[in-house]
Design a protein around this ligand. Sequence first.
Ligand SMILES: [Zn+2]
Length: 556
Amino acid sequence: MAFFSRKSSPVILDNNVNTHFWSWQMSSTKFTLLCSVLFVVLYNTAFFKALHTALPIENAKSALFFFSVSLLVGAVTALVLSFIVLPKISKPVMAFIFIAAAGVSYFMNAYGIVIHQTMIQNTIETDTNEASGLFNSTLALYIFLLGIIPSVLLFKVKLNFSNFKNEAWNKLKLWGAILLAIVILIAPLTAEYASFFRNHKNIRQMANPVNFIYASISYISASNKSITVKPIGEDAKLNEQAKAQTKPILFVLVVGETARADHFSINGYSKPTTPLIAQQNIINYRNVYSCGTETAVSVPCMFSNLTREKYSDKKAKSQEGLLDLLKRSGYSVLWLDNNSSCKGTCDRVSYESLKNLKIPTLCNDRECFDNILLHDIDKKVNAMNGNKVIVLHPKGSHGPDYYNRYPSEMEIFKPVCKVNTLQDCTSEEINNAFDNTIRMTDQFLNNTIEWLKEKNSTYNTALIYLSDHGESLGEKNLYLHGMPYLFAPIEQKHVPFFFWFSPTFEKDSGINRQCLAGQTNTEYSHDNLFHTTLGLLNVTTSLYNVELDMVGKCRQ
Ligand SMILES: [Zn+2]
C-alpha cells in the first residue's frame, strides 16, 4: 500500500470545505511516522554532528551504533508525536511544533546550544529587546523553510481518523511496535547505550523536537506547582560590629551579565578592557566560578543560601534569599534593573526597571546603556531609610548582538562583528565586539564607584561586582552560554569578582586589606556571595557560615 495517496480534486478536507486543490490522505499512524521521519532527517543536523564528534564512526560496530541511535531517535520521536496526533488538535499543534523545531534547529546549528528546562524558562522570561537581538535573516529562512512550508503542507493533508475504538486500537498497536523497536535497537548494544546515556546527556538534549517538548512539559509542570515561600534566617539582625559604623551604610551589589573573567585586563587579558577600574582601589579575585551557566540559574543561586551542589530552581523559589534577610535585619533594599528581571530574587523588596526610559543621552531607540542605572540615583537613595542596599542589574555583555550594548563612541576595539549571526563573523570581530561590552562595563562600574566616593561624606560606602556567568565566543565551536554545567567549558563559568570599599567602611568594618589581598588567587564561587554579603553588612543569623565569607578571616 502506498504511504499516502494523492487524490485529485475535489475532495473534502477536515474543515468540511470543498476545495479544488490537491490533497493527500493518510491515517493517523502514517501521519505520525511521516512527521517523525521528517524531524529526524531535516531538523537534527546539530544532533548528528555532536553524535559523530562524541562517537566517531571508526569501525563496523561504531557505524552500527550510530545507525541504531538514529533509528532510536526516530522511534522516540514517533512515540512522543503519537500523543499529539489526535482528532482536531493534530494539525495546529504539529504546525506549532514544526515552527518551534525550525527555530530550535537554527539555534543549535548556529550556537551549539542544547535545550533543557531552564532554556525554556529563559525563553519565556526573555523580553522583546533580548528576543529581537537574536532575530536575523538566517533564522527567518529556517522558520520559513522548516516551519512555515511544512505547516502549510500539513494543512493540505486529509487525516483519516476512524471511530474511537479503532483509533485506540491503532494507537495501542503503534505504541507496541515502537516499544518493540526500541527494545530491538537497544538490546544488542546495551553497553554502548549505557555509556551513551551516562556520558552524553547534552547530546540527548539535542534531539529535536523531543528535546523542547520534554523541556517545556518539565517547565510547565514545575511552574504549575504553587509555591509557598518559606522564611529562612528569621533570626537575622544587625550584630555588634554594626554599632562600630560611624555613618549609615550604602552598599551596592552589581550583578553583572555574561562577563567573562579572562576578558578583563585586571585579570591579565592582553587588550585594555578595564583601564578605569584598574585605577580604583579594588580588591580583585581572579579565580571565581559561577553557580550556573545562564541567568535563570545563576542569579537565584547566588542570592540563595544554597550552594551550587544543593541548589535547585524549585528549592530556591520556595524559600527566602539574601535580600529578604537584609531587609529583615533593617536594611532598605532597592533593585534597579536594566536587564530582563531579578529572576524572583527581589520579589519582596523594592524594584524598578529602567530599561524603557527614553533618556536620549543614555538610551537609543532600541535600549538603554547600563549607565541608565545611575540616572536619578541620588533621588532614589534619599527616598530610602537607614542603612541601604542597592542591587544594580546591568545588561552587560548580553549577546549575540554585543555591538548593541554600547554607544558608537565606545567602539574601541575594531573591526567589530555587527550581526547577530556570530558564525558569519571572524573570531577577531566577535572578540572585539565582546571586548567593547567589557570596556563599557568598565566605564559603568567606574562611574558607580565615583558616585559612591561622592556619597562617602554621608555614608560608609562599599561595592561588590560579580558576573552571573561567562560566555563562549566560538571556542570549541560554541557560542553564547547555557551549556549544562557538567559539560560547560570554563569560558561560561569563570567570572569576574571584585570588592571596592570606601576608607571609612573599611576602617569601621575592621577589614584587613592586606589579608584580603593575600587571598585574591584563592578559588571562590557564587556560593560565597550570600555569606560574604551578610558578613560585610554585619548581619548575624544562624544561617551565616564564616567559612564561606570571603572576608571572614580578614576582619578584626
Ligand atoms: Zn546572564
